[in-house]
Design a protein around this ligand. Structure first.
Ligand SMILES: Cc1cc2nc3c(=O)[nH]c(=O)nc-3n(C[C@H](O)[C@H](O)[C@H](O)COP(=O)(O)OP(=O)(O)OC[C@H]3O[C@@H](n4cnc5c(N)ncnc54)[C@H](O)[C@@H]3O)c2cc1C
Length: 469
């Protein structure tokens, strides 16, 4: 720990329980789900926007870098304090205002978890439609800063569609009150949309007004075993054309993912048949009787196709929970299995099968020291390639192979106009590859925008792009 004058001043402005300085706490808060080792000078845990203002002003005065932090479930290292920064955790800013049923929105502080928002608005028969496996820990500030996707993007789109107002604090300590929760406001540049997805590099989000939607009433969940990937995409095209239901989620995973979830998390699968791929499809209908008939008719049609080997419908909420636990347990079960490299790429749905076939053919022509775990959001063209190190391979061989893999993956992505990150963001991990997805002209503007918000370069430094030399 260093910089005593700064810490003295900080501790004189924050209550004792809002500043952590022990090595253990600083080490824990300095990293996220990536487990990239970090080092923080201290952790500040404000409860109010005014405290965030004071902290950021002090950081500017003493030229101390700051890392905004939420639930630390990020998968790109965006919340990692790599160089002894101050971690500014919003996790204690967790107040939620009343639900505005007519305006269909709710104002919340940034540290509220995604799940807490869902639970808070459910009695009004509304929901905030961003749903992801990390929802119990991920926060609204983190969701907005990463523009999180999740399992319902196919129906609702990404986080940026579901925000109508934002409060954020700049490094100068100015509070920006953006958009006043209006549905319509065509008065120049949209700073809300600029801050969403900026991964804590431009300003610290302190509050947000979230746009809500009617909670789906009649929902059915199915689990399907499918024998090949191009057919799964045909199946998706077929399902979204159906008139008897709307697709809420269309998720896929490979048999290797399923086996790992079963083994590591002791989960059960209703389907006994072995298949290369599985699909979890969730559908909403007008009423439960017609939805049931339409889903059963669809299942009968596709089970007769020859490529859907088996299928099951969730008959109860326990079944539904069990189906989802297979999909939602994948990230955790792989993490429990050893060192892993993650690539959450994006490609248009109609190019996804070709991309995956090219990746698989590249893998089969090499003797790599890892296995591929493939899963993701099929309905919005977002496959997750996870490489799990062979247990006996050395860390060095794994790194070397992963580097070779990623250069081929990104080349393939460039050829099909894909993106190196669909939803997890750039953070620390994907900084070197941003040029695959963004042009030199775009990156020049990135630097100008960063300078305008944070001229001293103190806010989440080294994330998304490095400062210009
Ligand atoms: C099991 C699992 C499943 C996941 N599934 C998905 C998925 O389906 N889709 C998806 O998109 N992501 C997924 N993620 C990734 C992660 O949950 C999301 O990126 C989430 O939005 C991060 O929220 P957080 O609060 O944990 O943010 P953190 O990890 O704490 O931070 C993420 C970034 O946001 C910044 N930040 C945090 N709070 C603020 C704030 N108040 N103001 C400014 N910047 C801030 C941080 O500096 C960092 O750059 C998953 C992660 C796990 C572990």
């Amino acid at each position: 720990m260093g910089n005593t004058p700064f810490l003295d001043k900080l501790s004189s402005t924050l209550a004792a329980d809002r500043l952590l300085t022990s090595l253990d706490e600083c080490t824990t808060f300095a990293t996220d789900w990536t487990k990239i080792p970090g080092r923080a000078i201290a952790v500040a845990l404000p409860r109010a926007t005014a405290e965030v203002q004071n902290i950021l002003r002090l950081c500017s005065e003493f030229e101390v870098a700051v890392v905004p932090s939420g639930g630390r479930t990020g998968l790109a290292g965006g919340a990692v304090a790599k160089k002894g920064e101050l971690v500014l955790s919003l996790s204690r800013m967790n107040h939620m205002g009343p639900v505005d049923a007519a305006g269909r929105n709710v104002r919340v502080q940034a540290g509220v978890t995604t799940q807490a928002v869902h639970e808070h608005v459910a009695p009004a028969e509304l929901t905030w439609p961003i749903d992801l496996a990390s929802k119990g820990s991920s926060t609204i500030g983190g969701n907005l800063s990463t523009n999180a996707g999740g399992v319902r993007v196919v129906h609702y789109g990404m986080t940026r569609k579901w925000v109508t107002g934002l409060q954020a604090v700049t490094m100068q300590g100015e509070v920006l009150e953006l958009n006043q929760d209006l549905q319509k406001n065509n008065t120049g540049y949209d700073l809300i949309q600029l801050l969403i997805g900026s991964e804590g590099t431009l300003a610290v989000i302190t509050e947000a007004t979230l746009r809500l939607v009617r909670r789906p009433q009649h929902v059915m969940t199915t689990l399907l075993a499918v024998n090949n990937l191009p057919r799964m995409i045909e199946l998706f095209a077929n399902a979204i054309r159906k008139t008897g239901f709307d697709i809420l989620a269309f998720e896929f995973f490979s048999s290797r993912c399923l086996e790992t979830v079963k083994q590591k998390l002791n989960r059960q699968c209703r389907l006994s048949v072995q298949s290369p791929y599985y699909l979890l499809v969730e559908m909403e209908g007008q009423d439960s009787a017609s939805l049931k008939t339409n889903v059963e008719d669809w299942l009968e049609e596709i089970l007769g196709s020859g490529f859907v080997i088996d299928g099951a419908i969730a008959e109860s909420s326990a079944d539904k929970k069990q189906f989802w636990s297979l999909r939602e347990g994948i990230t955790e079960s792989i993490a429990l299995s050893g060192p892993v490299k993650k690539y959450d790429v994006s490609v248009s749905v109609n190019k996804m099968a070709a991309l995956i076939a090219d990746v698989e053919s590249f893998l089969s022509s090499h003797n790599f020291h890892f296995d591929l775990y493939l899963f993701g959001h099929l309905g919005d063209g977002s496959p997750h390639f996870n490489l799990l190190k062979h247990s006996k391979a050395s860390a060095e061989d794994f790194e070397k192979d992963a580097t070779l893999f990623e250069s081929r993956l990104f080349e393939l992505l460039k050829n099909c106009s894909g993106s190196i990150s669909a939803e997890h963001g750039v953070g620390l991990l994907k900084k070197d590859w941003v040029t695959f997805s963004r042009s030199a002209a775009e990156l020049r503007l990135y630097h100008s925008i960063k300078d305008a918000f944070d001229p001293k370069g103190l806010l989440n430094p080294g994330k998304i792009v490095d400062p210009q030399k």
